[in-house]
Write a protein that binds this ligand. Structure first.
Ligand code: TXA
Ligand code: MG
Length: 327
């Protein structure tokens, strides 16, 4: 049952009292607290076990609310907000003094986005204040794409969960640093560099390779293993197929293709189209985890002509969720 007006009203009261509410978005569920209440935000860090230096995204109802949390709102921000909000694009800008340091990991910038989900937009309008919203999972784990996923990690006493059904997009927002020139993608997502470039009429810098030497770490949340299942996971190259079956007694395979997988190994099929694959990915990884196998082997998805940038964003998550040495 998706949340109605009464649950939204209860959520507003909880947030006003410094409590936590998980909210649905088009990407993943967020763990919400009043962004201007440093003690409430501290509870979010505590509950997630999140490193203090990893900044939180601030969710707003509209560009007018965004202006209250940023120090400057450049023309580029207005243009992007008009083109992509509500939607999966987070803009990193100099922060306003009103935003507590704990929100930004003591850094000078803040990430803002307007989520595309009617329940959360109603919540933001009713509260009249911005909400922090990291993904509603213990730090480092899989992002939740259903209300049940959130409830599996947190009790109702800790977090009120607003059920908005399964998330449509399924992977997290694109994070774009607008405080640098040219603007730079810090985390690839559903909104792609060519789309942003077309709207702004300028080039967009990419995130660089994961862990590449010499690059600063502008987005501390992107370090190390992340978005990870509990079971050791590897990314499979096509040539690995024959050998992998004998590396562990029980392997759960996740694949966009129909692979021959003899028992006791298991195959979990993923869609072959990028958007559908992204929407299904985290739920499939959770299902694979619940099988309690020895190893998860994820077939490297094809970077076909159809939406190659979304496949890149998916591969970014898969690379962080897996370890070359896991098997
Ligand atoms: O789709 C999403 O963005 C979801 C939904 C709930 O909105 N939220 C989300 O939040 O994924 P979180 O906290 O799990 O990831 C936020 C990412 C982290 O990698 C963090 O380091 C980066 O955004 N980030 C946030 N503020 C930043 C800033 N001021 N500068 C650089 N990176 C920032
Ligand atoms: Mg997260």
């Amino acid at each position: 049952m998706t949340a109605g007006p009464e649950e939204i009203a209860r959520a507003v009261a909880r947030l006003r009292a410094g409590g936590l509410v998980a909210f649905p978005t088009e990407t993943v569920y967020g763990l919400g607290a009043d962004a201007l209440d440093a003690r409430a935000v501290a509870r979010v860090f505590e509950l997630k076990g999140r490193p203090a230096l990893n900044p939180l995204i601030v969710h707003v109802a509209d560009p007018a609310m965004a202006r209250t949390v940023v120090g400057t709102w450049p023309a580029r921000a207005e243009t992007l907000a008009r083109a992509f909000w509500p939607g999966p694009l987070t803009l990193v800008l100099p922060k306003a003094d009103a935003v507590p340091d704990i929100v930004t990991g003591a850094g000078p910038t803040v990430g803002v986005r307007c989520p595309d989900h009617h329940i959360t937009l109603s919540l933001l309008h009713a509260l009249g204040k911005p909400l922090v919203g990291p993904s509603a999972n213990p730090s480092g784990g899989l992002s939740p794409t259903t209300a049940e996923h959130v409830r599996a990690s947190f009790s109702e006493e800790q977090v009120q969960v607003l059920d908005g059904g399964p998330c449509r997009a399924g992977i997290e927002s694109t994070v774009l640093d607008l405080s640098s020139d040219p603007p730079r993608i810090l985390r690839p997502g559903v909104v792609t560099a060519p789309q942003i470039s077309r709207v702004l009429g300028c080039t967009i810098a990419g995130p660089g390779a994961i862990g590449s030497a010499g690059l600063p770490a502008p987005s501390p949340g992107l370090l190390g293993v992340h978005y990870a299942p509990r079971t050791p996971a590897v990314l499979l190259e096509p040539a690995d197929w024959p050998a992998i079956l004998s590396t562990a007694p029980r392997v759960a395979f996740l694949s966009h293709a129909d692979r021959p997988v003899p028992p006791p190994h298991r195959l979990i099929r993923l869609p072959a189209e990028a958007g559908a694959y992204a929407a299904r990915l985290y739920a499939a990884l959770r299902e694979a985890d619940e099988l309690g196998m020895d190893l998860l082997a994820i077939d490297r998805p094809p970077r076909g002509p159809e939406n190659p940038e979304l496949w890149d964003a998916i591969l970014d998550r898969l690379t962080r969720a897996t370890r070359p040495d896991a098997r």
